[in-house]
Write a protein that binds this ligand. Structure first.
Ligand code: P6P
Length: 345
C-alpha cells in the first residue's frame, strides 16, 4: 500500500465518523443562520432521545419495571406500555432548557404539552409517536419512534395548538428512529432522506446513507391480512391481485416503522386501509402518516389515503386518523387503481 493510499483511507474514515447528525443538518442547509442552528440543535436533541430509548430497550429484559403495561389506557383507547410512557417523557426531557421546542404533541398525550421555560420564545413544535409498534416490545422485536417538526404559527393564545391542524406541507422536518439490530435514525429537512447508524462505541449517530431513493416498484406488500373481511371490496381486489400474480411477497412486522423502513430501501407498498366499520383507519395523521409521507415523497415515493395525498389532508383534531397507502410510486398507484375502479361501478 503506497503512503498516499493510507492517509486518504484514514481521512475518509475519520471524516465519516465526524459526520454526525448536527453537522449533517448544517451541511444540508448550507447555512449557519440562526434557523439552521436551531434545526441542527433540535435534531441533536432528538438523537439524544433516541440514544436514551435505545439504551433502555437494549436492557429492558433486565431492568425492573421496563416492560409490561402501566395499567392505563391512552387517548387512543390503547393499553399503555411502560416503555410508551418512558419514551414519551424522554422526548419532553431532552427539550427542557432548550429554548427551542415550546410544545409537544404526542400519541400518548390527549393535549399538547407546553414546556414552560421554552414558551413563547421556542417557535418549534415536536409531533411524535414515542414508541410505534408497542406490541413488539415485550417480545424483543423491532419498534420505532416517529417525529415531525413544525413551526408555530400565531401566538396560540387559546393554548390548544390549533395552528397544528394544517396539512403536512407545513412540516419543516420529519424522521423516525428504528430500534432494530442496530439503532438507525432516518430524517429529512426537505433536502433528501438520510440515514444514520448509532455507533455505541462513540455514542453518536454516524451517516450511513445519503439521498435514499425508493425503487419505483418493489416485491413487498405489507398489510395485516387478518383484516381482509373487514376491508372495502377494492382493497380485497388488490390483495387477490397480488396473491394471483408472481413477484409479490408479504412482509408485516406489526410495527409501522419497521415495515416502512424495509419498503424505503427495497420498494413495495405498506397499507393500513380503513375498514367498513372504521373507514378512517387506525394510523394517526399528524405524528405517524404525515411524517412518513414527507419522507417517502422526499425519497421519490408516494403516500395517499387511497384517494388523496396524505400531505394534503387537513386534520380536524390532533389525533385524527387516516387510511395509509405508502411506498413505491407504481405500487401505491396500483392500489389506488383498484379503489378508482370500484368507485366507477
Ligand atoms: P395491527 C402499532 O400499534 C401500529 O400503530 C403500527 O405501528 C402498526 O403498523 C399497526 O399499529 C399494527 O396494527 O392492527 O395490524 O395490529
Amino acid at each position: 500500500m503506497t503512503d498516499v493510499g493510507q492517509p486518504l483511507a484514514q481521512e475518509h474514515t475519520l471524516d465519516r465518523d465526524c459526520t454526525t447528525l448536527s453537522r449533517h443538518v448544517l451541511e444540508q442547509l448550507r447555512s449557519f443562520s440562526a434557523e439552521a442552528q436551531d434545526l441542527s440543535a433540535i435534531m441533536n436533541r432528538i438523537a439524544l432521545a433516541a440514544k436514551l430509548i435505545s439504551r433502555r430497550l437494549s436492557r429492558a429484559g433486565l431492568v425492573e419495571g421496563a416492560l409490561g403495561f402501566t395499567g392505563n389506557v391512552n387517548v387512543q383507547g390503547e393499553s399503555v406500555k411502560k416503555m410508551d410512557l418512558y419514551a414519551n417523557d424522554v422526548f419532553i426531557s431532552v427539550f427542557k432548557q432548550s429554548g427551542l421546542i415550546c410544545r409537544l404533541a404526542s400519541e400518548e398525550m390527549e393535549k399538547p404539552y407546553y414546556i414552560p421555560e421554552n414558551c413563547p420564545i421556542g417557535r418549534y413544535t415536536l409531533l411524535y409517536d414515542p414508541i410505534d409498534g408497542s406490541s413488539n416490545i415485550d417480545v424483543n422485536l423491532n419498534i420505532g419512534s416517529i417525529f415531525a417538526i413544525r413551526k408555530q404559527e400565531g401566538d396560540d393564545i387559546e393554548g390548544d395548538a390549533r395552528d397544528l391542524l394544517q396539512d403536512g406541507h407545513r412540516q419543516i422536518a420529519a424522521g423516525y428512529i428504528l430500534y432494530g439490530p442496530s439503532t438507525m435514525l432516518i430524517y429529512s429537512i426537505g433536502t433528501g432522506v438520510h440515514a444514520f447508524v448509532l455507533d455505541p462505541s462513540l455514542g453518536e449517530f454516524i451517516l450511513a446513507n445519503e439521498n435514499i431513493q425508493v425503487p419505483n416498484h418493489g416485491p413487498v406488500y405489507s398489510t395485516n391480512e387478518g383484516n381482509f373481511w373487514q376491508w372495502e371490496e377494492s382493497i380485497r381486489d388488490y390483495i387477490r391481485y397480488v396473491h394471483r400474480h408472481e413477484g409479490y411477497t408479504a412482509r408485516y412486522s406489526g410495527a409501522l416503522v419497521g415495515d416502512f423502513h424495509r419498503i424505503l430501501f427495497q420498494g413495495g407498498v405498506f397499507l393500513y386501509p380503513g375498514t367498513v366499520k372504521k373507514p378512517e383507519g387506525k394510523l394517526r395523521l399528524l405524528y405517524e402518516s404525515a411524517p412518513l409521507a414527507f419522507l417517502m415523497e422526499q425519497a421519490g415515493g408516494k403516500a395517499s389515503t387511497g384517494t388523496e395525498s396524505i400531505l394534503d389532508v387537513v386534520p380536524d383534531a390532533i389525533h385524527t386518523r387516516t387510511p395509509l397507502i405508502i411506498g413505491s410510486k407504481e405500487d401505491v398507484a396500483l392500489v389506488e387503481s383498484f379503489i378508482q375502479e370500484r368507485a366507477r361501478t
